[in-house]
Design a protein around this ligand. Structure first.
Ligand code: SF4
Length: 293
């Protein structure tokens, strides 16, 4: 993949010669997010119909070499800190106001918590952040929540609690049926995801990230969004803390070609319903179908 310019509809998981660490202009992080890919083999325990990871071509890289990953991260963070990173050609089209480091994120080409040494990598990243004196820089974990009940993952989250960590918990449905349809989770149950979200959100406030889409032109039903709001209410009633609900839609080429973004007004209507029904803060992030042009 060439080193083309960044935009919110273009999220290459590459940066120069790097194999694990990349930079994206994130509409939700509102700046430059430094991504860590712990799933270079592109294997995920979900199979979301909107997934942007291109699994039609095999991955050239299967292993995570942690030393290399940390070297890449140190180099990128150092260049971001002194501003040198933004002088690189790929940042030329990024508006000046967005040329700022907004977070380090564990995202990549699969479920980051599925990496067997997730806790150890998290610990090393937190240490590196300290050493580079990037105090206050957020470390976000974008997760489908299936593995948050693993003891080692819980320990990793506890490390993040001490290092500006934030959990972005995926919740794309209110019913098992719709969840199966959109995330195709192959055995994982929505009930388990909800239980995991409740558990972690009792210990620290979490961000809920919810992608809604149109499938063959049809968005989620009114009933589905009603059920989704009830699931959020149940988390809060169970003692969970939700600091923000992100309602967003497709912005990059999805795995299934009949998936398209919701319109801006559809995204806003869901966010408004979340605010009205649950009293939680909700933010809209609009989509794009630029990949079709
Ligand atoms: S959980 Fe994330 S990486 Fe995995 S299939 Fe879904 S969108 Fe893709």
């Amino acid at each position: 993949m060439g080193d083309k310019g960044l935009s919110v509809s273009r999220h290459p998981r590459s940066l120069g010669e790097n194999r694990y660490v990349y930079a994206v202009l994130s509409r939700r992080a509102k700046g430059i997010s430094i991504g860590i890919n712990l799933n270079p083999d592109k294997i995920c325990n979900f199979d979301c119909i909107y997934c942007q990871v291109d699994r039609t071509t095999p991955s050239e890289l299967r292993e995570v070499h942690e030393g290399e990953l940390l070297e890449e991260l140190e180099s990128v963070l150092t260049r971001a800190k002194d501003g040198g990173l933004y002088q690189e050609p790929r940042f030329a089209a990024v508006p000046e106001a967005k040329r700022k480091l907004s977070d380090i994120s564990f995202a990549g080409d699969g479920e980051p918590t599925s990496y067997q040494r997730f806790r150890e990598v998290v610990s090393s990243v937190a240490d590196l952040k300290e050493r580079l004196q990037l105090h206050g820089l957020k470390i976000a974990v974008l997760t489908n929540c299936t593995l948050l009940d693993r003891p080692a993952v819980r320990e990793a989250l506890a490390i993040l609690d001490r290092s500006d960590g934030e959990i972005w918990a995926k919740l794309d449905a209110g019913t098992e049926e719709y969840y199966e349809k959109v995330c195709v989770p192959g055995g994982a149950r929505l009930a388990k995801i909800l239980a995991n979200i409740l558990e972690v959100s009792r210990l620290r406030p979490v961000v809920i990230q919810s992608l809604f889409l149109a499938l063959e032109g049809a968005g989620p039903s009114i009933e589905e969004i009603g059920e989704y709001c009830r699931r959020l209410q149940e988390i809060v009633l169970g003692g969970g803390r939700i600091k923000l609900v992100q309602i967003y839609t497709v912005a990059r080429r999805p795995a299934v070609s009949s998936v398209t973004p919701l319109t801006d007004s559809q995204v806003d209507a869901i966010a408004e319903q979340v605010r009205r029904v649950t009293g939680l803060p909700a933010e809209s992030f609009y989509g794009s179908s630029a990949w079709q042009e």
